[in-house]
Design a protein around this ligand. Structure first.
Ligand SMILES: [Zn+2]
Ligand SMILES: [Zn+2]
Length: 465
């Protein structure tokens, strides 16, 4: 058996790992690499293996850093089966269509600039037609039901507790008289998080591939979320300002809405209008409503027994039309805007930032992870001037960061995951989906627990067993 790490290696985005066993090729994830435009365009465009030779693709969840390059994989020859949970299949359809739209918009802008300097135009990574074609290869599967897509390879998806439909993937492999239990965490969620269920860890693994987004961090407790949110919103409103929250359309937006709904119902935040300005977020919220039995018991009960919808209340408006979105800019009363993308790399959030970054009465509230070199990361790190659509804007708004919303486990959660597999059994741990300083800090911690082989693979590095 051989594993090669083709993405998410010493970085968070672009998750992609290839397992070769019994003459088969299994791809774990096919994520989009996000960062500097030129770099990501080239890296996403070209696979360093032949997609036509891949037999199956196992997808842990719908986020673009895990699924975003699937249409290109199909475009380049992949004709196998793609397995994911039912909500993931529905969500991925929405996210990939949105991604294609953003790619097409982005490339139009790139080509305009290229034309000015006489360079030939380039193609988008993929189009909506490519997305539509790739959707035909998806097969929905259930949690905890083991299936054997290839001879000698049994697969089970386990709740990851990260977003709706997210899974960790267990592969039970038999090869030449040897057997391995290989576990891939996908994106590992937190315990007791709002909306989603708790992670269901895999036991007695021989090989663990684990995400390490927050390998060095301890998250602040979720109990403090209400207080922090109240404080930020109330103080911004008292100055007559607006609160802009960049948020992933899938997962984070629903969580924020859920919290705001509770705070509003308890009269703990001012009675101001709240807008979710993202058509994609509105659509992904529909999928949440459809799959309440995949959410935690509390939320499911709210829907089924109490006939309450946590994603809607009278102060909340989902903004669909572009004109409505533009009109928000003329609103003079205090209000809250939740808009995508969370990393501020595209979408309507860019217009809200462009129009409000220079206003000291505005608060920009970051509630999620942002990859290196993304606009969100630059603002979070305190840059005083940023570029949006090629123009420079000064940052005068108040910048607030709340890490307590994270949908990723922290250092303790990641380390504890290995406890279900004793060191005499778990011989290899691979640290992926994390920046080097986050992942590296885990190596000694694992070793002190008795795990001897803990590796942070490099891009393209292979390991044989
Ligand atoms: Zn994710
Ligand atoms: Zn991820």
């Amino acid at each position: 058996m051989k594993i090669t790490f083709f993405g998410g290696a010493q970085t968070v985005t672009g998750s992609m790992h290839l397992i070769e066993v019994n003459g088969f090729k299994i791809l774990l994830e096919c994520g989009l690499f996000q960062g500097r435009r030129q770099e990501y365009y080239e890296r996403n465009q070209n696979f360093t293996f032949d997609p036509a030779e891949v037999d199956i693709l196992l997808l842990s969840h719908a986020h673009i850093d895990h699924s975003g390059n699937i249409p290109n994989l199909v475009k380049k020859g992949f004709r196998g089966r793609i397995f994911a949970t039912e909500p993931t299949v529905e969500l991925v359809k929405l996210l990939l269509m949105d991604s294609a739209y953003l790619q097409e918009m982005d490339i139009r802008w790139v080509n305009k600039i290229r034309a000015k300097s006489g360079q030939p135009s380039v193609e988008p990574l993929y189009t909506k037609e490519d997305v539509a074609r790739s959707l035909g290869y998806f097969e929905p599967i259930l949690y905890d039901e083991t299936f054997e897509p290839l001879e000698g390879v049994q697969v089970t998806f386990r709740e990851a507790g990260h977003i709706l439909g997210s899974a960790g993937i267990l592969l039970e492999i038999k090869e030449k008289g040897k057997s391995y239990r290989l576990g891939f965490t996908g994106d590992l969620g937190r315990y007791h998080a709002a909306l989603v269920r708790d992670p269901n860890p895999m036991r007695d693994l021989d090989i663990l591939i684990t995400e390490t987004t927050y390998g060095r961090r301890r998250h602040s407790s979720q109990e403090a979320i209400d207080e922090q949110l109240c404080e930020i919103i109330t103080s911004c409103c008292s100055e007559g300002g607006k609160v802009i929250i960049p948020a992933f359309a899938l997962g984070r937006t629903q969580q924020i809405v859920y919290y705001l709904h509770n705070l509003y119902a308890q009269d703990r935040i001012p009675d101001i209008p709240i807008y979710v300005d993202s058509p994609l977020a509105r659509r992904t919220t529909e999928v949440f409503r459809k799959y309440t039995d995949y959410l935690d018991r509390k939320t499911d009960r709210l829907f089924l027994q109490d006939h309450q919808d946590p994603f809607s209340f009278d102060r909340l408006t989902y903004v669909d039309e572009v004109e409505e979105s533009k009109a928000l800019n003329n609103l003079v009363v205090p209000h809250i805007i939740i808009s995508a993308s969370g990393m501020c790399e595209g979408g309507r959030i860019l217009h809200h930032l462009k129009n409000n970054l220079d206003n000291p009465n505005t608060t920009i509230l970051f509630v999620g992870y942002a990859a290196k070199n993304t606009l969100a990361r630059k603002i979070m790190e305190g840059e005083k001037k940023v570029k949006i659509f090629g123009e420079v804007y000064p940052v005068k708004a108040k910048i607030k960061i709340m890490d307590s919303f994270s949908a990723h486990g922290d250092r303790r959660d990641i380390l504890n995951y290995a406890d279900f597999s004793p060191p005499e059994r778990l011989k290899h741990i691979f640290l992926v989906h994390g920046e080097p300083e986050q992942a590296a800090s885990l190596i000694d911690a694992y070793r002190s627990k008795g795990y001897r082989s803990v590796v942070m693979p490099q891009l393209g590095e292979s390991f044989e067993f």
